[in-house]
Design a protein around this ligand. Structure first.
Ligand code: HEM
Length: 266
């Protein structure tokens, strides 16, 4: 577990950044970071940035810990599509629908987008408009991991926000589909210099959060996908957060196939 945590921390720092040639880290024991980022980027312009983010999220998570999963996933969906540039936050414009409207992003949580907006307003109020949205997203993802009981890691800062968003097709091509197996996911990752070890570590992101039934029902119905572990299959068929009688009712009446609104927790 210790090793897995370290690997996840390392990857979340180094992999979910704009990928280019590595520069030396500013201090010992920190992973290498890409050119242009720094661990002290807002030291003078917004010295309390990290505590503003963490304190705000602590309060929000007391009301809804699911928000942590929503924020972590936004960071992933931002970074895999044209780099960590905050473009997933942009609304559509006259030029066409935004990344947010592309199918993989339709299940990103509105509450998580709202939290980023609220954080932006808070940070702007204290520091002026000096912090990029992409950095706010990266910090919020880190604190989501930490405040959910996951490993801590330092986040290098200084990402620039993109002014354009990706098209529907570019978004679809950049994010692995829910139906992809490892053989299909690996080439998508290799385009951004990630490999099988990275995939194992990043999949740890799924320790928290939910999956809509429709994202994996093809492996449950009409019968178990033979490559799926039997115990895992049994557990997936029971929405874990529901009390037992409700679970049974839900399973027998509604969940033989998925309605578009049904949700299971993973
Ligand atoms: C690499 C291939 C990946 C695939 C195919 C994948 C697929 C999925 C799918 C299908 C869901 C459920 C969506 C829904 O039905 O609402 C999901 C949820 C989630 N994913 Fe991934 N994912 C991948 C990588 C990652 C990575 C790298 C992270 C972060 C490090 C991540 C974090 C999450 C989180 C936190 C959730 C739960 C979101 C919530 O509860 O709102 N995923 N993912």
């Amino acid at each position: 577990m210790g090793m897995a945590s370290s690997i996840l921390s390392f990857l979340l720092v180094s992999a979910l950044c704009l990928l280019s040639s590595p520069a030396p880290a500013v201090a010992q024991n920190l992973p290498p970071i890409v050119n242009g980022l720094s661990f002290t980027f807002y030291k003078s312009s917004c010295p309390k940035l990290e505590s503003i983010v963490k304190d705000f999220l602590k309060k929000q998570f007391e009301k809804d810990i699911g928000l942590a999963a929503g924020l972590l996933r936004i960071h992933f969906h931002d970074c895999f599509v044209q780099g960590c540039d905050g473009s997933v936050l942009l609304d559509g414009s006259a030029s066409g629908p935004s990344e947010q409207d592309a199918p993989p992003n339709l299940t990103l949580r509105p509450a998580a987008f709202q939290a980023i907006n609220d954080l932006r307003a808070l940070i702007d109020g204290q520091c002026g408009r000096v912090v990029s949205c992409a950095d706010v997203v990266a910090l919020a993802a880190r604190d989501s991991v930490v405040l959910s009981g996951g490993p801590n890691y330092k986040v290098p800062l200084g990402r620039r926000d993109g002014v354009t968003f990706a098209t529907r097709n570019a978004t679809l091509a950049s994010l692995p589909a829910p139906t992809f197996n490892v053989t299909q996911i690996l080439p998508v990752l290799s385009r951004i210099s990630l490999d099988a070890d990275d995939l194992v570590a990043l999949s740890g992101g799924h320790t928290i959060g939910r999956g809509h039934c429709s994202s994996f029902s093809n492996r449950l119905f009409p019968s178990r996908d033979p490559t799926m572990d039997q115990t895992f299959f049994n557990n997936l068929r029971i929405p874990a957060r529901l009390p037992t009688p409700t679970r049974r009712r839900r399973w027998t009446s509604a969940a033989r196939t998925c309605s578009t609104t049904s949700t299971m927790w993973i």
